[in-house]
Design a binder for this molecule. Structure first.
Ligand SMILES: Cc1ncc(COP(=O)(O)O)c(C=O)c1O
Length: 417
């Protein structure tokens, strides 16, 4: 059979999980008009007017000095790591519970991924375990604000200050989340955001990096912005002679995607208030419903982006019922609940066993790489057994939030509680 006939179209954009309950449509007229107008102007490559405008608006959004758009969130992390001098022989610490691209650029730069545990209550990296994982080779720490929740940047900031190790904030799930009133991504050395099609700010495919640090910015331009705009990007004299080619690697974003993201960034406030109000209302109701507890939020933080809505299954509140039975009961009532969409990274063969990435026994993922095994991350493993994801509504129709709560209650009643 022709392999192409079997191939499926793989679309990964965001759709409201319950159309009848949510008015939200991710992209509409405004985004379409933007693309149409940019196309007519042939604004299709390079650091165009819209790309520059987006980056300026992103600088304002973060309050940071520099912002660069890139092809995706992975390239943003790659650029940030290169910006922080991650290279051969280094180690980079990252939570074991995140999307793999929070760490995958490290081995491509020659650095070993080192995982730290996460708290089963916050789902986020445990600063105490970060401390234990630091060695003389640690070059960077990736703090991931997973599912829109904010890491303990106070504790991580103290670790960074004491050790001199920079923090890269991966904000791919948390556009517009706040730590003590400051937007995440603007707290560590450098922030990165995915703007992939299902994110709170979508470019279809895209990413962005922002920093106050000239050196990080210059190096990020060097590694990814070949031939973008000679003399405009780099701020220091150090790399001027390499302009405009840099290292000849191209992570430049497609302007049409960035044009879309520019429209989306303007809508972020509304998206966050809609999702936030819905999630808070459901969490309040969960306090009276046996079996699920809201996650614990880091003090002084406000969620944003809300890429997922996790809650913690409490077996002791519903004796005899497993997490999976609980999830099935909610699904039977029309609540698209699920276990975690991500597995823990130490279970993926790449990280569990390592791999001869470059062939001929080279690279950090083979030879001395010791890998990981079950039991290495008790907090994350406990969390992963118990986490339940509930649907995220962005613009609920009248009564939709109450309807979700009613369905959850009915599902739990069907289990005899
Ligand atoms: C936490 C996190 N980091 C990084 C990325 C990588 O972003 P992209 O898919 O745009 O490369 C993602 C993508 O989903 C993510 O969820």
């Amino acid at each position: 059979m022709d392999a192409r006939k079997k191939a499926q179209v793989f679309v990964q954009t965001a759709v409201a999980p319950l159309n009848e309950l949510d008015r939200w449509v991710q992209v509409g007229e405004e985004e379409a008009r933007q693309v149409y107008e940019m196309t007519l102007k042939n604004e299709l490559s390079g650091g165009t007017e819209q790309v520059r405008a987006f980056e300026n608006e992103f600088r304002e959004f973060t309050g940071l000095k520099h912002a660069i758009s890139v092809i995706n969130g992975t390239a943003a992390i790659w650029s940030a790591m290169y910006g922080c001098y991650v290279g051969p022989g280094d180690e980079v610490i990252c939570p074991v519970y995140t999307w793999l691209c929070s760490i995958t650029p490290a081995p491509m730069l020659g650095a070993k991924p080192v995982f730290c545990d996460v708290s089963p209550h916050t789902l986020l990296m445990d600063p105490e375990d970060v401390k234990k994982k630091i060695t003389s080779r640690t070059r960077a720490i990736v703090a991931v604000h997973l599912w829109g929740m904010v890491c303990d940047m106070q504790a991580l900031g103290a670790i960074s200050q004491e050790s001199g190790i920079p923090i890269i904030e991966d904000c791919s799930h948390a556009h517009g989340a706040l730590f003590r009133g400051r937007v995440v991504g603007a707290i560590g050395k450098v922030g990165t955001w995915s703007m992939q099609g299902s994110k709170a700010v979508s470019a279809g495919e895209g990413g962005v990096l922002a920093t106050d640090d000239d050196e990080v910015f210059d190096r990020a331009c060097m590694i990814g912005q070949v031939n973008r705009a000679a003399g405009l990007d780099l701020v220091s004299a150090k790399y001027q002679k390499y302009q405009p080619l840099g290292l000849g690697i191209k992570f430049r974003a497609h302007p049409l995607g960035i044009g879309i993201a520019r429209v989306q960034l303007r809508k972020l406030g509304l998206l966050n208030s809609g999702r936030g109000a819905y999630i808070e209302a459901v969490e309040k109701a969960l306090k009276e419903i046996p079996g699920l507890d809201p996650v614990t939020l880091t003090e002084g933080t406000k969620r944003g982006g809300y890429y997922g809505f996790p809650a913690i299954f409490r077996a002791e509140q519903v004796p005899g019922v497993t997490r999976d039975q609980y999830v099935d009961a909610l699904r039977a009532q029309g609540v698209p609940a699920s276990s975690s969409p991500y597995d823990l990274l130490h279970r993926l063969p790449y990280f569990a066993e390592g791999m001869d990435v470059f062939g001929f026994g080279r690279g950090v993922m083979c030879e001395d790489y010791t890998g990981y095994k079950e039991g290495d991350f008790p907090g994350a493993e406990e969390m992963h057994r118990n986490v339940v994801f509930l649907p995220v509504l962005t613009d609920p129709v009248e009564g939709a939030t109450e309807e979700i709560i009613r369905r959850i209650r009915k599902g739990v009643e069907s289990l005899g509680f």
